[in-house]
Design a protein. Sequence first.
Length: 205
Amino acid sequence: MQVGQDGVPSVELTDQRSTPRFMLLIRAAKLTAPDVEFLCVVRDASESGVSVRLFHPLPEAIELTLELPNGDRHPLERVWEHEGKAGFRFREPVELERIVEARSEYPRRAVRLRLEVPCWLAFGERRVRGTIGNLSQHGALINTPERLSLAQRVKVEVEGLPEIVARVRWRHHDSYGLSFEDTFQFAELAALVFDLQREAAQVRA
C-alpha cells in the first residue's frame, strides 16, 4: 500500500503510470448509504480510487457511495481509515476528468445532507412541530403542516443542535426552504449531523 507525503496510506494502485493521481484540495462531497449521509472532503483521486478527509469515524459494515456536488455518484469499496482520513476503491469505472473538473449543469451550491429529524419551529408566541428534510451550512429544508410566510423569521429547535434562527425563502405545499442567519462551519456541521443520525438510528432500533 502506498504512503503519501503526510504519512497516511493512499489508495493502492495497480499501475502508477496508467492511473496518475490528481490533488483535489478542499473539494466538499458526501458519503452516502441508504439511511445516512456524511460530509467529507476529497483529498485526491485516480481512476482506481479516492481518499477523503473525515470529521468523525465511519460506521462499520455499510457500503458507501461518493456523491459529488454536481450529483455524480460513485459506489465505493473501503480500503483503510486512519485518524480522520479514509481511502476507497471505485467499484465501477469512473471518468476522472469529470471528477477533477466537477462539471455541473446547475449553479454551485452547498452540499446538503438528507435527514429525517423532528424539530420545533418557534415564531412569535407559537411553537409548532416540523421535520428537517435536509441540512447544509447555510440552510435547511423543513416540512410542517403549519402555514409559514415568505421572509418570516423562525427559530428551529432540535435536540443536539444549537438554536438556529432562519428566514423562510421559499415554500411548496408543506415544504419550506430556510436560510440561516448564522451559518455552520463545515466540520461543525459534519459532526452535528453524524450525532443526529446516530441518535435517530438508536431511536429506530
